[in-house]
Design a protein around this ligand. Structure first.
Ligand SMILES: C[S@@+](CC[C@H](N)C(=O)[O-])C[C@H]1O[C@@H](n2cnc3c(N)ncnc32)[C@H](O)[C@@H]1O
Length: 197
């Protein structure tokens, strides 16, 4: 779709990280196959992945959280411009605070797309698991972070803390007996996580 191509170009030119092409394709197919009803997204950015999910899942409603006000406003324009505004609830502010509130309100989702600050996945994911409907899916992007997470090469100092936390996150989701996890080597690495029923 032309509008999405323009939005992706805008994001790349403005150094706003959005889904890589392979990940966008995967996400669209995944949402289209499963036809989710209630989706929560952590990390709206400019509304690129959110729009992809809503266009692929015609029955879906999206709640999406973003810290940066400028991106939040741009995302509002994106959703309205694509005629998706009435299926979106945008939340502005820190994801952890919103996640705690949604969790306290006992909100449930059949898909949670985790694409916010990578160093926080470890902190967010127990609450997010609690917010999944039975058979709901937690999808986390960038879990292999530029190949650094599973590499034995030295990680650049600036990325070290984040990569260490992502490694711990992967270790937990891959070894917990109550979870079923698949790591897709697509784009920057996508984890598909379910609670065993
Ligand atoms: C990888 S981008 C999201 C990309 C978007 N999902 C897409 O593909 O179109 C991550 C986003 O998380 C936002 N973010 C960073 N820290 C955050 C926080 N503590 N709470 C909420 N959002 C945060 C950033 O501003 C950024 O827009």
């Amino acid at each position: 779709m032309k509008e999405l191509e323009i939005l992706e170009k805008f994001a790349r030119e403005n150094h706003i990280p959005v889904l890589l092409d392979d990940s966008a394709k995967f996400l669209a197919e995944f949402v289209n196959q499963k036809q989710f009803k209630n989706i929560l997204e952590i990390g709206t950015a400019v509304g690129y992945s959110g729009s992809i999910m809503l266009l692929a899942g015609q029955q879906a409603n999206l709640t999406t959280i973003e810290l940066n006000a400028e991106s939040y406003n741009k995302a509002t324009k994106t959703f309205n411009g694509l005629g998706l505004g009435d299926r979106v609830k945008q939340l502005l502010g820190d994801a952890y605070e919103h996640i705690c509130i949604l969790n306290n309100e006992n909100k449930k989702y059949d898909l949670i797309f985790l694409d916010g600050p990578k160093g926080q996945y470890l902190k967010y994911y127990p609450l997010l698991l609690n917010m999944l409907e039975p058979n709901g899916c937690l999808l986390a992007d960038n879990v292999l972070f530029k190949g650094m997470v599973r590499s034995s090469q030295v990680v650049p100092h600036k990325k070290r803390a984040m990569v260490t936390k992502l490694r711990q996150f992967l270790k937990e989701i891959e070894t917990r007996d109550d979870l079923q996890t698949t790591i897709h080597d697509i784009g920057d690495g996508i984890a598909e996580i379910y609670k065993k029923q």
